[in-house]
Design a protein around this ligand. Structure first.
Ligand code: S3P
Length: 757
């Protein structure tokens, strides 16, 4: 499109047609806009509202000389409309439509538009509202709504481009689909729900005294049946014109309804809970997709208008943090990520129902939860950190019907590789862009030694996801000396060991987190620990139990550093897990001079917990003892922020593992520090950071790229406390993988953080 259209003719001046006229007018996209329609009253209203310059009851007259014609009449009237306008269409005129069914409209266009048919671009704006008619026309109706175009092989691509640009300019998001695919998808997601709503209300209304029934009907009935108020004539047309696809969708639903009925009749609780928990998750995902945010972020539901799907703005949040400030009060950080993963895994393999409190509702742990649902396990929740897992026993998992998606979560993938290696079925494990670059051979190779059939994807010899596992391979125990200090590798081998013949023994080069060993013991599974080695025998039984997941020390670490570096701060972090294999961050900060007290130490189901109190203190640079590296492996990004505030240099070696986390955390942190004016020297296995010392701003303001790594984003947010200018951190959606609610919590205790969507 050059500057705009000379003349646009809208045929059918209702809500859809009138709103396009209003939108084109508001943006000055047409020299003249006219309308054609049967009702003289409607055309007069269009003129009075200033939507159109002229109105014609004779459609042939309306389209004369128009370079764009938008046909927005009911689908059943399309054929007659095309026949009426074809003789007077200008050569080269582009015709498009707003019909909710595409197959039937395309047929009508083929039959009636003659030579003009290649300039017909079939379209469907997915927008609407409860009110109809020209008086409801709204120039903003299409903003942030989807328009589906379904060009056929006959459609002139130049015409499609013009129509696409027109919709984009009025604010819509344009998608392209095959016409039959459009009709099937719409039948399932729009036509079927309307059919059900009409049918339910009518069925109940036919029963005896319907006023009695409706008197007791509450919010659920109102929500479910809202769309039964839609225009019967329009929906008559849709059900008639999209007959085949509507019938197929109705049959699909009838089969689902029959399954549900059978479960109710048989009192089959697992089937009932399974159906409903799967539906809960699927709906949360759908809402998240629509809002284009992470699916843990759905607190309020979007209002959806008749025959419409709302779409939110594309969201990869930016953290905007103002410099300075101090922290005070209490911050209860979410549940431990490592323990949340293991709670789901072991709960699923146990006999009986395991109840979990404090479960982390972050995307990584939810990826594990979803995977077990895909493997046939019924899991209730999470609701406010509570989860009930209906264990299926060591041999009760079922083959998944699709590949298992782990999102961003390395722990899910590595631990599940071990667990799935012992199953009788095949499966494939996939992940997001970051996880797809991470090394998986470190787990695959010892699993092969146990007899498993595991393959990774080569990607330049790195052995990355997708990971494929062939089931039905008998496993045998091994005695494995781990070359890297990795709790994930250790845990994967132990989980495979549950299915192996004989004894499985893993020896680690340095202590790593031992939640798997502790939790197996909690589930009544015998595990022997002897120095650096852990041993178990296959073929035992896990018994369901109750678990209380403490707050995650890796999430608490951001606040430990923040309160340490911001003068005048004092913060209490309650109920934090202080397992000695996780407390390296406290040891390192204390070596740097931090003021952290561990109060009220107690035991929570086999894991030590305490309240941590931290007060600001002058920090000094140190050489970080290498023995502490595996015990603080996830906390280095924020420890680097502490180092930049300390007096003198801080030096880290022996931390090459940081390069294969969610991002290359040595390089990405060094780049960020540099962008904020901090001097840093990178080593293959670590970094040297020059600190600014107490009383000085340690960072300038600036722009940070988190590379989709949650811990990088949160670390640089805390840096603002000692910055001289605003820090903007891009790409923060993944903060939800480990710390949903981070921004709100940090702001509540004093960080001047705002989230820009
Ligand atoms: C984890 C182990 C660590 C850690 C990760 C969680 C676990 O990874 O970085 O966030 O839950 O076992 P490695 O085993 O690769 O060190």
């Amino acid at each position: 499109m050059s500057d705009g259209f000379r003349k646009v003719a809208i045929i059918g001046l209702g809500l859809i047609g009138g709103s396009l006229a209003a939108a084109l007018r508001a943006r000055g996209m047409a020299d003249s806009i006219v309308a054609g329609g049967r009702s003289a009253r409607t055309l007069e209203r269009g003129l009075a509202l200033g939507l159109i310059d002229a109105g014609y009851q004779n459609l042939a007259e309306a389209v004369e000389g128009a370079d764009l014609v938008f046909v927005a009449v009911p689908v059943s009237a399309m054929a007659d409309t095309f026949a009426a306008i074809a003789p007077t269409l200008a050569p080269g005129a582009i015709i498009t439509d707003g019909g909710s069914v595409k197959g039937a409209v395309i047929e009508a266009a083929r039959a009636q538009l003659g030579a003009h048919r290649s300039r017909f671009v079939p379209g469907h704006p997915i927008a609407g509202k409860e009110k109809s008619g020209v008086d409801a026309a709204d120039a903003a109706l299409y903003e942030r709504h989807r328009v589906i175009l379904t060009p056929t092989p006959d459609t002139d691509p130049a015409a499609t481009l013009v129509v696409r640009q027109m919709w984009t300019r009025v604010g819509a998001e344009v998608l392209t689909m095959r016409p039959d695919e459009h009709d099937r998808v719409l039948a399932e997601t729009s036509h079927l729900p309307h059919l059900l709503a009409f049918s339910l209300v009518d069925t109940l209304a036919r029963q005896g005294d319907s006023t009695e029934i409706f008197r007791y009907a509450a919010g659920g009935f109102r929500d479910f049946t809202r769309i039964a108020s839609s225009d019967p004539v329009m929906w008559h047309d849709i059900f008639t014109e999209n007959r085949e696809a509507v019938l197929a969708a109705t049959d699909l639903f009838a089969a689902g309804l029959a399954r549900f009925r059978a479960a109710v009749a048989a009192g089959d609780s697992d089937a009932l809970l399974g159906t409903m928990t799967r539906a809960n998750t699927a709906r949360a995902r759908f809402l998240a997709m629509n809002a284009r945010t992470s699916y843990t972020h759905i607190h309020t539901e979007q209002s959806m208008s008749t025959d419409s799907h709302s779409t939110g703005a594309p969201a990869n949040p930016v953290f905007v943090v103002q410099p300075g400030g101090q922290l005070s009060g209490q911050a209860r950080v979410p549940g431990d990520k490592s323990m949340s993963h293991r709670a789901i895994m072991l709960g699923a393999l146990a006999e009986g129902v395991t109840e979990v409190e404090g479960f982390l509702e972050g995307e990584d742990a939810l990826a594990t939860l979803q995977t077990f649902r895909d493997l046939g396990v019924v899991i209730e929740g999470p609701h406010a950190g509570r989860v009930r897992i209906h264990g299926v026993g060591l041999h009760g998992l079922q083959a998944p019907s699709r590949s298992l998606y782990m999102g961003n979560s390395g722990t899910s993938m590595r631990l599940l590789m071990g667990l799935l290696a012992g199953q009788p079925f095949d499966c494939e494990l996939t992940g997001d862009a970051s996880l797809s670059k991470r090394p998986m051979e470190r787990v695959a190779q010892p699993l092969r030694d146990m007899g498993a059939a595991v393959s990774t994807t080569d990607s330049g010899g790195k052995g990355t996801p997708p990971v494929r596992i062939r089931g039905g391979k008998p496993l045998k125990g091994i005695d494995y000396n781990m070359p890297v200090a990795s709790a994930q590798v250790k845990s994967a081998i132990l989980l495979a060991g549950l299915y192996a013949q004989g004894e499985t023994r893993v020896t680690e080069p340095a202590p790593t987190r031992d939640h798997t060993e502790r939790m197996l013991t909690g589930f009544g599974y015998p595990v022997q620990r002897d120095g650096a080695s852990v041993t178990l025998n296959g073929g035992g039984t896990l018994r369901a139990c109750q678990l209380d997941v403490p707050a995650d020390i890796s999430s608490a670490a951001f606040f430990l550093v923040a309160a340490s570096i911001a003068p005048g701060s004092e913060l209490l972090l309650p109920h934090v897990g202080i397992n000695p294999t996780r407390t390296g961050v406290i040891d390192i900060l204390r070596l740097m001079g931090a003021d952290i007290t561990v109060e009220n130490e107690r035991d929570a189901g086999g894991e030590p917990v305490a309240d941590l109190r931290v007060k600001s203190a002058p920090l000094k640079g140190i050489v970080i003892p290498e023995a502490l590296v595996p015990l603080a492996i996830d906390e280095f990004p924020v420890l680097f922020v502490a180092a930049a505030c300390a007096e003198g240099d801080t030096i880290l070696h022996g931390a090459e593992e940081l390069r294969v986390k969610e991002s290359d955390r040595i390089q990405v942190m060094a780049d960020g520090l540099l962008a904020l004016g901090v001097e840093a020297e990178v080593y293959p296995d670590g970094i040297r950071i020059r600190g600014a010392g107490q009383g000085n701003a340690a960072f300038t303001g600036g722009e940070i790229h988190s590379h989709g790594d949650h811990r990088i984003a949160m670390s640089f947010a805390m840096a603002a406390l000692r910055a001289s200018g605003e820090i903007r951190i891009h790409d923060c959606a993944n903060v939800a993988t480990s710390f949903p609610g981070f921004a709100e919590l940090a702001a509540r205790v004093g960080l001047q953080l705002a989230v820009q969507q």
